[in-house]
Design a protein around this ligand. Structure first.
Ligand SMILES: [Zn+2]
Ligand SMILES: [Zn+2]
Length: 169
């Protein structure tokens, strides 16, 4: 994820890099030792536009039923930089990185890590209609309905009311 700036030419550039996952300090669900990173750089008038993309492999439980899943996600992001002594007038330093003339390399690590962490925040399900676990007994409702669910269904919506009347008498 570190680009050697001397390899950049004006116009379109394309690099394939291997990023060491250990150096990104990611949660344990991310699998593998390296991350293949595809980087396209558009260089023009001192401005550099980096578009990066990586395939992320991970293992984590379904957010409803907790069955272990193997997932593959595409993580992508864009970074803009300017090469020169200082940023041109009117350019927001929050949005555009300054690369000094003496700099030899540019790292995409921080942005790559941010994009990966955003991806990890998303909920995952083993399937769209996963029924999850019964909150009372923990039965996996994808396999079969449990007794709690059957009782509730049999009693119907007025069950609570009936109980209330019994208590009164
Ligand atoms: Zn599930
Ligand atoms: Zn149950």
């Amino acid at each position: 994820m570190i680009l050697l700036l001397k390899n950049l030419r004006n116009g379109q550039n394309h690099f394939e890099l291997q990023a060491l996952l250990a150096s990104l300090d990611l949660p344990a669900e991310v699998r593998g030792e390296t991350l293949g990173l595809d980087v396209r750089v558009q260089a023009e008038d001192g401005f550099l536009l980096f578009d990066f993309r990586a395939e992320l492999f991970r293992e984590r439980p379904c957010d409803r039923c907790a069955v272990e899943l193997e997932l593959e996600d595409t993580v992508a992001g864009r970074v803009t930089a300017f090469q020169g002594e200082e940023l041109p007038q009117g350019v927001d330093p929050e949005e555009i990185h300054l690369i000094k003339p003496e700099d030899e390399e540019f790292s995409l690590a921080a942005e790559l890590r941010d994009e990966i962490l955003l991806t990890l925040e998303e909920r995952v399900y083993c399937r769209e209609d996963c029924k999850g676990l019964c909150p009372q007994c923990g039965q996996d409702l994808n396999e079969e309905a449990c007794d709690c669910q059957k009782q509730e269904a049999a009693a119907g919506p007025l069950a609570g009311l009936a109980r209330f009347r019994r208590d009164e008498s």
